[in-house]
Design a protein around this ligand. Structure first.
Ligand code: A2G
Length: 425
């Protein structure tokens, strides 16, 4: 289904420049506390106005940190379940950064935009189709940005590939493989790592590709998804579920709500295959419960070259029986290094976060507001990438049947346009 538009498209949304972006945060736990530091690292480009978390110990931790840096004029909101709404109603905020449990992203983005603020949310932006549309409709109605904070799109390796794909080094792109493979069992069963154990609950309740965007976001950018091509349909299949059901006995004590729990819905490995309008295929994997080393795969194939991540290897047409030797590989890395990684080397090293990509993400977000350019990723990216979760669930429920993607851009995916990262760095 595609609900009727209630506003104008926000593709290429133009904003007046904001010399100093006034930022508020909802959620300063594992992830949000890092974002506070990165916004602070942007110096005079941004001002931290307000911070909210349901847990006072987290707002206190952030307060302590900010005060240790001499930042004292920040308002803190906590404890009350809807303290974040009160914060969003302030009239001195430009941008709300949301790093809360998945189920809170959509209501918080929607409310922030309705209060006239731009919203930037942690991943995944949404996990139902209705909610993906809600984000699109609200952004269009309010003419506000709603960006999903996909940090991986700003990785050194990913931006290098983006640069090469854009420069035609791969020739015609034909297929890709990507994923989120990360053994999270300790964290899932921990009673404290995620507030109220929110993350394991999703694995208990639903099957599908629950976390598609880390791998898929960069691939969507290499392939110009919603900027000339689009996700057309997918098929999805999950493996047997076994790890969480076995580990619930051995990795928890009887005081843990999940102790001895069986029947988690999420199969250990989910394989989702996407077909694009231009005929490309993309394999998206999701496995967070296997003793398999971390990987996002980051594989990209074209008629002239091939890349395989973890570790990164590159081969080109005519020399494809082996990967490039170290010297030649290094020279290629240098030659096509994305300008932001070259330009901001020192800041990236100093502020870091997942090898530097977190800093680049936050820096770019703030910098685009400073310049008044459209953001690197828009609400349509957030909806298209996130929609893989509900669509894969539907495919599985239908016996791995093909399921069509909605067109969140309402036909405008056909317009070839370049990513901000390629034109306004
Ligand atoms: O593990 C990693 O840091 C993930 N990020 C993040 O998304 C989250 O899942 C975390 C565990 O809480 C990357 O892989 C870039």
């Amino acid at each position: 289904f595609a609900p009727k538009p209630v506003g104008k498209s926000v593709i290429g949304l133009k904003m007046p420049p904001i010399a100093q972006v006034r930022v508020a945060f909802i959620g300063v736990g594992n992830r949000g506390s890092g974002h506070v530091k990165l916004v602070h690292a942007c110096g005079a480009k941004a001002k931290i106005v307000a911070v909210c978390d349901i847990q006072e110990r987290y707002t206190n931790r952030t307060k302590q940190w900010l005060e240790s840096k001499g930042v004292n004029d920040v308002a803190y909101y906590h404890t009350k379940v809807d303290a974040w709404k009160e914060m969003c109603r302030r009239d001195d905020i430009d941008l709300v950064i949301i790093a809360t449990p998945w189920e809170d992203h959509v209501p918080m983005c929607v409310y922030a935009m309705q209060q006239g603020k731009h919203a930037a949310t942690e991943v995944p932006a949404a996990y139902t189709l209705e909610d993906c549309w809600k984000l699109v409709n609200t952004a269009e109605q309010t003419q506000r940005n709603c960006m999903m904070l996909e940090n991986v799109c700003y990785g050194d390796e990913e931006l290098w590939l983006l640069n090469m794909a854009n420069e035609g080094l791969f020739g015609t792109l034909t297929y890709a493989e990507c994923g989120y493979i990360h053994d999270l069992r300790e964290m899932l069963f921990s009673k404290t790592d995620y507030y109220n154990m929110w993350r394991i609950r999703h694995n208990y309740a639903r099957d599908g590709n629950l976390y598609p965007m880390h791998g898929l976001g960069p691939v969507a950018q290499y392939m110009n998804i919603d900027r000339g091509d689009r996700f057309n349909h997918l098929v999805s299949m999950s493996s047997l579920e076994a790890s969480l059901s076995e580990d619930s006995t051995v990795m928890t004590d009887p005081t843990n709500e999940f102790h001895g729990r069986k029947g988690f819905k999420k199969g250990d490995m989910n394989n989702t295959l996407i077909k694009t309008h231009l005929g490309r295929s993309i394999l998206v994997q999701h496995d967070i419960v296997t003793a398999r080393p971390y990987s996002r795969i980051n594989m990209l194939a074209g008629t002239k070259a091939f890349h395989m991540g973890y570790p990164s290897h590159f081969s080109k047409k005519g020399q494809g029986h082996g990967f490039l030797k170290e010297e030649e590989y290094k020279a290629l890395r240098e030659q096509y290094k994305h300008p932001i990684w070259a330009k901001m080397k020192d800041e990236i090293e100093k502020n870091g976060g997942h090898g530097g990509m977190d800093f680049v993400l936050i820096y770019r977000l703030i910098d685009c507001f400073n310049r008044g350019t459209s953001l690197d990723m828009d609400v349509y990216d957030a909806a298209s990438w996130s929609s893989v979760t509900p669509l894969s669930a539907l495919s599985i429920q239908g016996g791995n049947a093909p399921v069509k993607f909605p067109d969140f851009t309402r036909g405008r995916w056909k317009e070839a346009r370049k990513l901000g990262m390629l034109v306004n760095v």
